[in-house]
Design a protein around this ligand. Structure first.
Ligand SMILES: [Zn+2]
Length: 276
């Protein structure tokens, strides 16, 4: 197919262009959500609070990640996509219902990561509503919970148009954004820092804890697998142990997302009104 300048473009290059445009649109939408928060709440700045969270969730996050947290007398938040149950992927296998049940029994928080792991930007409202109801039914059968759960966006990709829907459905929604939550914060778009490869990157994440201790707020980490040969979006057990241990040693309070919200007494103060 010729491009506007008459140069033939291959199907592959058009696909690449389309992907790049979509990624750009996603970044712009995330910026818009940050620029125009739907509701804000005040994250206190007197005490450093850290949450360790896992997305998807690979079985090594249960076998190793949860055990590392427990060894440090801490618990984590595990954002589960029911549709990924037992899925075998290169370098990782996702946990099943028994794994989720075990996490809950060991005191970890089970959060929602949608059922189909769709980019919420890419699905229409009714489809997203059905998908979230399906995941709620999946999770409630494992870990009954009368109050709204906490949610993490697949691909950390927000949707300006679906914020109202997500705000009604969840206590909080976690995105990415590589930052610390301090002061006025949008609970529907919490910032988080990724623990990912290369290994040097993971070891450098201690600087986020130093920054948090210097200027307190709420630092949320997220990762995926914890294994000897991690995927690009995971880390090794020793490095995760170092990071959790460092947070504890520096005097941070390590809490699940739900426990952090309880501890901080966070309630929305902006246009979204009270939620719980
Ligand atoms: Zn995910």
């Amino acid at each position: 197919m010729p491009d506007p300048f008459g140069i033939p473009a291959s199907r592959a290059s058009l696909a690449r262009l389309s992907t790049r445009f979509d990624q750009f649109a996603g970044r712009m939408e995330n910026r818009l959500i940050r620029a125009v928060p739907r509701a804000t709440m005040e994250v206190p700045t007197q005490e450093p609070i850290v949450s360790f969270t896992f997305d998807d969730v690979p079985d090594s996050a249960l076998d190793v990640g949860a055990a590392v947290l427990e060894a440090n007398r801490a618990r984590g938040t595990f954002y589960i996509s029911g549709g990924l149950e037992g899925q075998v992927e290169p370098g990782r296998t996702l946990i099943d219902r028994a794994g989720c049940r075990e996490l809950a029994a060991r005191g970890h928080e089970i959060g929602c990561h949608s059922f189909g792991h769709h980019d919420v930007r890419q699905v229409d409202g009714p489809t997203l509503t059905d998908d979230l109801a399906r995941n709620a039914a999946y999770l409630d059968a494992i870990d009954p919970r009368p109050a709204p759960r906490n949610f993490a966006y697949p691909y950390n990709s927000g949707s300006f148009g679906k914020r109202a829907l997500l705000t009604r459905a969840f206590r909080s929604c976690r995105a990415g954004g590589e930052g610390i939550n301090r002061g006025p914060t949008d609970p529907a778009f919490l910032r988080a820092v990724e623990i990912r490869q290369p290994q040097q990157h993971v070891l450098g994440l201690a600087r986020w804890i130093d920054a948090l201790v210097t200027d307190p707020g709420w630092l949320i980490f997220f990762t995926h697998d914890v294994s000897p040969r991690p995927t690009p979006h995971g880390c090794t057990a020793p490095s995760f142990h170092l990071l959790v241990g460092y947070a504890v040693a520096r005097g941070c309070r390590v809490l699940t997302v739900d426990a952090a919200l309880d501890h901080m007494g966070l309630r929305p103060t902006g246009s979204g009104g009270q939620r719980r």
